[in-house]
Ligand binder design. Structure first.
Ligand SMILES: *Cc1c(COP(=O)(O)O)cnc(C)c1O
Length: 402
């Protein structure tokens, strides 16, 4: 047996095409960083890293230093930005693996400076991107705390002296409501970013990159507006799509639909899902009326039925809340999951589907015949978002390139 009977197929060619399409939305305003955090949103950084580089990505985005080290090993030429920065003790790995950390707290600068000095690195040769908190209250420094008048934290910009091994290469922020139609939140965030950039310039610093905007902003056609802000400060713009790269379009505020921008309409036809998640029928049986199915007998047959056992359970990421509430695809038709999902298996009703046999392929996420199950279908059933659907697929499920 070469692979377990529950696996994920990754079409790297589709990923490359998605990246190239997103480049057309960014051009000529912005460069694109391919976001590969969380094992490429569960799609496997091993498969996806080299593919996005082939498609032209020069920058990769990851969450933590550990992911950065993995990205570096796979993509020796790419720039790798670590969104959550270096934790205490990780500065040496940042320097050794040529990663670029996001910074916003003085201790992070201490950590990186210490590591750079220990490695005997020349002044200005460890690039960092400074995160501005423009309203999300997650990470980043607020424009208010950035000014020279600010005590303590306000001294952050003063750390980038000509003698420092660190160099302020970029300024970034995260737009937290880019999927809201009226754009008021984004407008306010860009206003605060503008204020922060003014302070960076006033401190005599000259960062090269303005690093702003994820899938939603890129698809909404915001590249030009963000780039106009960057251009005012002589900065190049970089955007950071994740979800769209994997072929899924974030849900926008419904008011957005009637006057959908052309970039979004184009994306609907040009982006395609990179992942299909599959399993196989492990056995087929008939049950009589009155038989119960699964733990605690939450499903009771009211008539004779045919059931197929499938080789995927909640340990593979098949959400336990799918029990009695979701269907999988068998022979191109929807087969309802009956009873509770077990750790390693689940049962579907194939009474209405002819000729199901052990070994038949079952689609959990993807297309079979004329039917498709999307990440949104999963997310709606379990009350979450496609990002979480992808990242919850179990580590034991092999990702195979197709
Ligand atoms: C995850 C992430 C992104 C990508 O977001 P998508 O909505 O998936 O495009 C961009 N920037 C940062 C800082 C992130 O953490």
């Amino acid at each position: 047996m070469t692979i377990r009977s529950c696996w994920v197929e990754i079409c790297t060619r589709t990923l490359e095409e998605n990246f190239r399409f997103l480049l057309t939305l960014a051009a000529p305003h912005a460069e694109l960083m391919a976001v590969l955090k969380a094992d490429a949103y569960g799609h496997s950084i091993t498969l996806c890293g080299p593919a996005v580089v082939r498609a032209g990505a020069r920058w990769l985005g990851v969450a933590c230093v550990e992911e950065g080290v993995a990205a570096r090993a796979l993509c020796p030429e790419a720039r790798v930005l670590v969104f959550c920065g270096a934790f205490p003790g990780q500065g040496a790995a940042v320097v050794r693996h040529d990663l670029t950390a996001v910074v916003w707290q003085p201790w992070q600068l201490d950590e990186l400076e210490g590591a750079a000095r220990a490695a005997g690195i020349a002044a200005g040769s460890v690039p960092v991107h400074l995160e501005i908190d423009t309203g999300m209250s997650r990470q980043g420094i607020t424009p208010e705390n950035l000014g020279p008048e600010g005590a303590g934290v306000g001294a952050l910009l003063g750390r980038f002296t000509p003698e420092s091994p660190l160099r302020l290469e970029g300024v970034m922020t995260h737009l937290f409501a880019a999927d809201e139609a009226d754009g008021r939140v984004t407008e306010a965030q860009l206003g605060l970013l503008d204020e922060a950039l003014g302070k960076v310039k006033a401190a005599g610093l000259d960062p090269e990159w303005l690093n702003v905007g994820a899938s939603a902003s890129l698809l909404a056609g915001e590249a030009a507006r963000i780039a106009a802000l960057g251009a005012r400060y002589g900065m190049k713009t970089m955007m950071r799509p994740g979800l769209a790269l994997y072929g899924v379009i974030p849900d926008f505020d419904p008011q957005f639909e009637p006057q959908e921008p052309p970039s979004m309409t184009a994306a609907r036809s040009q982006l395609h899902p990179v992942m299909q998640w599959k399993t196989r029928v492990a056995g087929v049986r008939s049950i009589s009326a009155g038989a119960v199915v699964g733990y605690n007998g939450t499903f009771v047959a009211t008539e004779p039925m045919r059931l197929a056992l499938v080789a995927a359970g909640y340990a593979d990421g098949l959400d336990r809340r799918f029990g009695n509430r979701f269907s999988l695809l068998v022979h191109g038709a929807r087969a309802p999951l009956v009873g509770r999902i077990s750790m390693d298996m689940a049962v579907v009703d194939v009474t209405e589907i002819e000729g199901v046999e052990p070994g038949d392929e079952v689609v959990i996420l993807g297309t079979q015949g004329g039917e498709t199950i999307t990440a949104f279908d999963h997310a709606e059933t379990t009350g979450t978002i496609p990002w979480e659907v992808f990242t919850r697929i179990g580590a034991r499920v092999p990702r195979v390139a197709v």
